[in-house]
Design a protein around this ligand. Sequence first.
Ligand code: GLC
Length: 592
Amino acid sequence: MKKSTSPLLNTLFLLLASLATACSQTTNPDQTAATKPATAALNKKPGWWKETTVYQLYPRSFQDSNGDGVGDLKGIISRLDYLKSIGVGTVWLNPIYGSPNDDNGYDISDYRAIMKDFGTMADFDALLKGMHTRGIKLVMDLVVNHSSDEHAWFKSARASRTSPYRDYYYWWPAEKGTPPARYSIFDVKHDAWQYDAPTKSYYLHYFSRKQPDLNWNNPKLRQEVQNIMKFWLDKGIDGFRMDAFQFVAKDPSFPPMPGLTAQNFANAYNHGPHLHDYLQEINREVLSKYNVMTVAEGAGRNPTEAHLFVDPARKELDMTYHFEGVDVGSNSETYRLTDLKRVFTKWDSSFARQGWQAIDLGNHDQPRMVSKFGDDRPAFRAPSAKLLNTFILSMRGTPYCYSGDELGMTNIKFEKIDDYRDLAALNGYALVKSQGGNLPAYLKNLKRFSRDNSRTPFQWDATANAGFTTGTPWLKVNPNYLTVNEAAEEKDSASVLNHFRRAIALRKQHPVLTYGQYHLLDAANPHIYAYTRTQGNDKALVVLNFSAEQRAWALPAGLTLGGTPWLNNYPNFTAGPTLALLPWQAVVLPLR
Ligand code: GLC
């Protein structure tokens, strides 16, 4: 139902939807009159996920309500009015399921429970209701490439070779010798096979030793995953972000894959046998029965492969986000704007006619976007953060804002390994140390690229611990919270936060910013990223000065400005045949 493309089916769908809404309105006494219209309109429109802005919320770091130093669901509930106030339509919540937290919830020991640190199922139900009452959708992380080694399935599977759960995982019996080499991203030795003494076998783990890979060749496992999905969808959630799904399909005979390294393993694991059969099965059995959205992490090594996930005719997922954008400039001191333009333009043109993609510059696996793509020095932090938010909110696709980026939060840049909490950083450090490698160089790289940079607690105000907790935060608060915080930005109409609000409102007001054709201008310019967006007679020009210097940019022939800027991150704008742009100035202009 949700993916119907025929106008007739759409009309039928809308009719049924409005009937369903009418029924739910008479049977749900908790809804206030004021909230009904927003909720109903948002819930029922097919393809609603194209017009929403997604806010990625890292629950561990958002708001602690009980003083244990860890963010929790009650904390999020207390901030729902804030989320409503910034204008986001959907929240993607990082994993909140039962987990021993080896990888901050990406190691799940109970798919139908709430992590103790985060609260209870009653808290979850209240959170979902609170979001829906405010017209905000909730999308959950679905982490099913692997479970935790503390999941009941794995505990049983590792106890005996005849366990009914044995085939939920991948095993290599020791009598067959050493298993064919596989690379693990988080393992302290980068070895994806872990020997397990009770059954004299190795098990496979692409991520950490506490994240054994699930065997998707087993139909029983696939049925379990479908039931888990239904459990949450029946509670009323609005979709899933599919974690590491591109890795789930594996050839169980484990043919040799020589020469796997940090650089090539992801490509090698991508798109194993039957991957799309699995997705089509999920769509048929589960997704097609709900009006929800799905987004695949890092789907496909290139746009052609990405389309296989999201081509509507194939009935798999709704949208994908690629890694190529956030990867520009990774592991180097700087990046070239021309590379960023090339990558985003390539992906846009490949989705120009069909399919849909997410637009993002940061997430919980990446450094802070303003530290990486902007300029986090005090003089340029605010304008460059505003510029990056302007970019995300003026591209075609669904914008994803990572929590804190709406304030312009920056990398914390820890000096000592003891400050880090991420297993990727800690295990990487242990490996370099065991090899007698260059630890100062490793620490320097972490300072710029560690995932903990984007996981520091949300900066609410200038009180102790930025108002995040009354206890000791699980990860240090960025000391710049005294000036960079929500309360201060709330009061300042020129803040990054209020600019973000204006940018979202603009996107809602002008559909050309969501759907309009994208056309890159001046591709070779190393400092200016400029493009037009066109939909029928509506036309907008976006000009972004990606530099800390003033720049002049000549308006290309054939473009005529149609008035004052729709959005500007400075109070002034000098129009004319040549635009005079201030450092990190970002303008969205109507065109005639
Ligand atoms: C995804 C998540 C990342 C996690 C990994 C293993 O890449 O985004 O945070 O560590 O999967 O689940």
